[in-house]
Design a protein around this ligand. Sequence first.
Ligand code: URQ
Ligand code: ZN
Ligand code: ZN
Length: 480
Amino acid sequence: MSMLIKGGTLVTAERTYRADVLCENGQISAIGPGLRETGKAEIIDAGGCYVMPGGIDPHTHMELPFMGTVASDDFFTGTTAGLVGGTTMIIDFVIPNPQQDIMEAYHQWRGWAEKAAADYSFHVAITWWDESVHKAMETLTRDYGVNSFKHFMAYKGAIMADDEVLVNSFGRARELGALCTVHAENGELVFHLQQKILEQGITGPEGHPLSRPPEVEGEAANRAIRIAQVMNVPLYVVHTSCIDALQAISRARNEGQRVFGEVLAGHLLIDDSVYRHPDWDTAAAYVMSPPFRPKQHQEALWRGLQAGLLQTTATDHCCFCAPQKQMGRDDFTRIPNGTGGIEDRMHLMWHHGVNSGRLTPNEFVAVTSTNAAKIFNIYPRKGSISVRADADLVIWDPERDKTISRDTHYQNVDFNIFEGMTVRGVNAVTISQGKVVYQDGEVRSERGSGRYIKRPVYAPYYEALDKMARNNAPAAVARE
Ligand code: URQ
Ligand code: ZN
Ligand code: ZN
């Protein structure tokens, strides 16, 4: 099975140049001008288009059991929607219930993901602690290629990790050469504010953002960063949504601490006015955590992305249909938290990033694919256009327009948080493992064709962190 992509302009995180790309047996086998096909190769005409690495979404929750229901996109429908939108790999989450055996949960999620149509990997959430968790983390890194452990600092009474869990897990991750990631919201404060707001008689979706102000996220982000600093472990802050958390990340990075930041396409483009929509179902459809913020936070997040303070974009794709959201009809704390976006992220980041001038095409590739590949240690197999890399590519037509709508999207959800937004610049073709899986509206995804991708520990930045520790370099600038 070979494919020759001719006449395109390659855009990588590093540079832009004209070249052809030959793909054989699912990998890139040659890159250069005027390549000759071997006679039986499928020819893709990329004239007038860009050829870029397929998107990597480092934050999704396909068919997640959560808040008494299950997210509506499963691993097949969700990854198919991703392929339609130019995303060729996801990193999803194994989220054990407290006291649930970690390995049992891991194998449960692996079973669900066998239907995936695109390559996938898993962060594993540490939601509780005992000796068995300590041991499972080693098994996961050694035998299953897990190199990132997630910690929900929110969701008290469910999957919330308190400081004891954070310290134990961060310390174990350090021993294993793994990366720690956090959902940074102070779950105790959220719980307290939720009760207060309900006591005031506010039960609708407008109560959701009131219970999770930016200070709640800023405190948790800073606390996680400081714990990571003391434990000398790299940290990745997921869905950074506000100035408060961005400032905590910025301070740490300016002091030389190994902290990475992720931002969702939604938090870059949607503000908190959605929660005041007069239609309950519409306002509830936007309930996700951290909530969408007042306008000033969006611009700050874009500047953070431009400045390199935030390295990746994601979607936190975790869909719930209206009947599911209705579970919180009388109590906003019971509205399943989550929104979609895996099909729209790449288009939105190109239109609002590149067309607006905020990002160069190379920076677009970095924040939608390459940086995630580097942080999660699967570069250059993923996130690059290089010989022997997986042939996960998009043929990007910068002149093609699209209007985003639930009426036309492939996401298995009855709402689109980007409804009606128009974009210019979309993938005409998506190639996964060297095969065309989407072309000009025709979907050719194959159930079960996605592969589990192992991610080795000790990413290059980890060694740098170790050297700093050995040289006793201050993790923070010397204080006067
Ligand atoms: O918190 C998360 O990331 C998961 C449970 C999805 N839901 C959400 O509101 N972000
Ligand atoms: Zn989260
Ligand atoms: Zn999430």
